[in-house]
Design a protein around this ligand. Structure first.
Ligand code: MG
Length: 256
């Protein structure tokens, strides 16, 4: 079921989403080569908790036997890792890395969700272009995210743009509605047909998240049960915001 948030709930969504935006502001300042992904995770957790929020991904259980709950505040996925990378003291961020971070803050019972991809120091031209296209794909999509349109209009715009740039979107993971639950209806794939799916209404809050691969769309899952990598070893990037559907332009809740 797709939930329509009340005025009061929208205020609470705004607060949770602001925590995420402030967490990224902090990470952007602190991220540098030589640091472990665990250190970065500690910074994010401290920031979120200082703002009265709980890291919602920490302890998140996908309910598959043998897969432990996600142990950290941030998903940190580097280079050919697409999503759901697990922070570790042994994983050191290096010059030139493409570091995709995804996180969710829970505050007063509501979730805010966003992802950013950081280029560390001097990155390759290809990495720069991939990160730019992934971010732009989000903005191409949300041009259609307004009351009266269908969710398929958004999905289609994202997929078409990414493909026009010679890149791929992954098909196994998608954006989603968000609110009291981290993942609510509708599912929002990064490809689709215009005119299909639910009709957008004011008060819907949606996490739109292009996950883009520079090469072929095929992915693999590592033995940790979480980390998703590209099959062909090519680079991947991720960009996401939680948005609010209004009568006019959507409001991006996870940007300052
Ligand atoms: Mg996310």
């Amino acid at each position: 079921m797709v939930t329509i948030k009340s005025k009061k709930e929208i205020e609470l969504m705004r607060e949770a989403c602001k925590v995420v935006a402030l967490t990224y502001q902090e990470l952007e300042k602190k991220i540098k080569p030589g640091m472990s992904t665990w250190e970065l995770d500690q910074i994010a957790e401290k920031k979120m908790r200082s703002l009265g929020a709980i890291p919602a991904e920490k302890g998140y259980d996908i309910g598959i036997r043998g897969v432990p709950p996600f142990p950290a505040t941030l998903c940190i996925s580097i280079n050919d890792e697409v999503i759901h990378g697990i922070p570790s003291k042994n994983r050191i961020i290096k010059e030139g890395d493409v570091v995709s971070i995804d996180t969710v803050a829970l505050k007063n019972g509501y979730n805010g969700d966003a992802a950013r991809t950081f280029l560390i120091g001097k990155a390759s031209k290809e990495a720069e272009r991939l990160v730019k296209v992934t971010k732009q794909a989000f903005f191409e999509g949300i041009q259609y995210a307004k009351a009266g349109n269908r969710i398929g209009d958004v999905c289609h715009a994202i997929g078409e743009y990414v493909h026009s740039q010679g890149y791929s979107v992954i098909r196994e993971f998608q954006g989603h509605g968000i609110g009291k639950e981290m993942h609510e209806d509708p599912g929002i794939p990064n490809y689709g047909k215009p005119g299909r799916g639910i009709r957008l209404e004011p008060g819907m809050t949606l996490a739109i998240e292009p996950m883009v691969i520079a090469g072929k769309p095929n992915i693999l899952e590592l033995e940790d049960g979480w980390t998703i990598i590209t099959e062909d070893g090519s680079l991947a990037a991720h960009y996401e915001n939680t948005i609010l559907i209004t009568e006019k332009e959507p409001e991006i809740l996870t940007m300052l």
